[in-house]
Design a protein around this ligand. Structure first.
Ligand SMILES: Cc1cc2nc3c(=O)[nH]c(=O)nc-3n(C[C@H](O)[C@H](O)[C@H](O)COP(=O)(O)O)c2cc1C
Length: 170
């Protein structure tokens, strides 16, 4: 059950009104079956030319080495609260079409749409997601060897999403 609900002017789906971005987390893991469903929801997002230009890198607290590695890719201000979450996810987007290496102008939009699916699936399962742009993109690229697909000659910044059980704000 979620503890915050948007007061909407017009009726909307519960999963939209119930979504919010917490800074506090329950100290328990997210079930693997739930995690699988979140990424399945992301997988079925629409995308330009059906390119599905997103990838997600997952780290759970059950594997502290992987978790710390991903945590270190966040800016300090985000690390301060995100370290308490049971799951960290790094969203990565490819800015060029795989088949011809041409620019995919919809790529970042499509990552956002996939993440939106993930967030809605999480909310319906009583989980919350706190998305973050405050990451260290160069570090993430180095740690995960993310190839450069940017037309500006630099790898594209990646967004991070974070899933966790609902919890009151601090
Ligand atoms: C793409 C994106 C990037 C965000 N980056 C951060 C971030 O780096 N740090 C943070 O604390 N919150 C971040 N947020 C959370 C927003 O601040 C939050 O969604 C917004 O204040 C609305 O609050 P709500 O999600 O509870 O409705 C981000 C949200 C999105 C969608």
């Amino acid at each position: 059950m979620n503890i915050k609900k948007a007061v909407t002017d017009y009726p909307i789906q519960h999963a939209l009104a119930d979504r919010w971005s917490p800074y506090g987390f329950e100290d328990r893991p997210v079930a693997e079956a739930d995690l699988c469903s979140l990424f399945e929801a992301a997988r079925w997002a629409a995308s330009s030319y059906n390119e599905q230009p997103w990838n997600y890198i997952l780290a759970t607290k059950e594997n502290p080495k992987e978790f710390d590695q991903l945590l270190a890719c966040l800016v300090e201000a985000n690390q301060a609260w995100a370290k308490a979450a049971p799951v960290l996810v790094l969203g990565v987007v490819s800015l060029r079409f795989a088949k011809n290496q041409k620019d995919n102008r919809a790529a970042v939009h499509d990552l956002g749409l996939a993440s939106g699916n993930l967030v809605m699936e999480a909310t319906t399962r009583g989980l919350s997601v706190h998305q973050m742009i405050g990451i260290l993109p160069d570090k993430a690229r180095e740690v995960y060897q993310i190839p450069n697909t940017s037309r500006r000659g630099r790898p594209r910044p990646s967004a991070i999403t974070l899933t966790q059980p609902p919890c009151p704000p601090p």
